[in-house]
Structure formats: structure tokens, C-alpha cells
Design a protein around this ligand. Structure first.
Ligand code: SF4
Length: 156
């Protein structure tokens, strides 16, 4: 059975977000794939050794800076590499990642000023996944992901 890489906070079994809150995805397609055992949950930030809760962080160019002004690029990079390793290990068909995150955002992220402003961009883990050729959707693109799934799964 072909697998789908997903952000662990969307998967919802563990509390992994910076604020310790849940963001469990309830879209019927996501729940169907979860029930089928297709989903491979990854949290790049926890993989990188960061605690829950933790200060929120934002992307500034190629660096990741947290709210306290600390550079956490190394942790984010290590975690992104582990997410990529798991995508390869499970030979995933595509990915569904949490929008806006400095790791998992796929279309927009916060602008690095901690003012709440969002800009077009992607998180570090998503950038790495895409550079290896993986297709990445946000949780707000579930129908598009399903169309892609149908198209690609039928062609292999
Ligand atoms: S790094 Fe990704 S999976 Fe982990 S809490 Fe943030 S958005 Fe969710």
C-alpha cells in the first residue's frame, strides 16, 4: 500500500506543536487514509530535538529564529533531514503538511518579524522534500491531494 507523509500535528496522536495544543485534521479524506494505515506522521521540530512546548520560531531567509532571538536553524535542519529520510524509507506518494509552519508550511509562512504577517514561502522541511521531488500539499488542499493520489496511484 502506498503511503502519504503527513505533519504529526495533523495526525493528532501526540502533542508536538510549539504551544502544546492539538491541531488534529478532521477532513474525511484524511481520516479515511489514516484508517487505511497510509499515513506516516513526522514532526521535524521534535525530530530536531526541540521540546514541547517551545518558543515559536519563524524563517528569515535560510535561518530559523525563535521568539527569544535564538538561532535554531541547526535543530530545524536536522529534523527536516529526518522527515526526508522517512519519506524515502516509506517511499511516500506525496505529502500533506501543516500550512504556515517554518518547517511544514507549503505555500505561506510567517515573515520572520513575529508581527503575524504571512508571506508566500515554504518551511525548511517542505523545501527539502520538494528539492527531492516530493509533491507537497497543505491541509487546506485535501481535494487536490486526493486528485493527485488518484492520478498517480493509477499510473504505477
Ligand atoms: S513541525 Fe510540522 S508537524 Fe511539527 S508541530 Fe510544527 S507544523 Fe506540526
Amino acid at each position: 500500500m502506498r503511503k502519504i507523509l503527513v505533519s504529526e500535528c495533523l495526525y493528532g496522536e501526540k502533542r508536538v506543536r510549539y504551544d502544546g495544543k492539538k491541531k488534529e485534521e478532521s477532513h474525511p479524506l484524511f481520516l479515511k487514509w489514516k484508517k487505511e494505515g497510509r499515513l506516516v506522521p513526522v514532526c521535524p521540530e521534535v525530530f530536531g530535538g526541540l521540546p514541547v512546548p517551545r518558543p515559536d520560531a519563524q524563517r528569515r531567509g535560510n535561518r530559523i529564529i525563535n521568539r527569544n532571538g535564538e538561532d535554531v536553524t541547526a535543530e530545524y535542519t536536522a529534523g527536516a533531514m529526518e522527515a526526508l529520510r522517512l519519506a524515502n524509507e516509506h517511499d511516500v506518494l506525496f505529502c500533506i503538511m501543516k500550512q504556515n509552519s517554518p518547517s511544514c508550511g507549503s505555500r505561506q509562512i510567517y515573515d520572520g518579524s513575529f508581527s503575524g504577517r504571512k508571506i508566500p514561502g515554504e518551511g525548511l522541511a517542505v523545501e527539502m522534500l520538494r528539492s527531492e521531488g516530493y509533491k507537497v500539499f497543505g491541509e487546506d488542499e485535501m481535494e487536490e491531494a486526493a486528485d493527485y493520489f488518484e492520478k498517480v496511484d493509477n499510473s504505477i
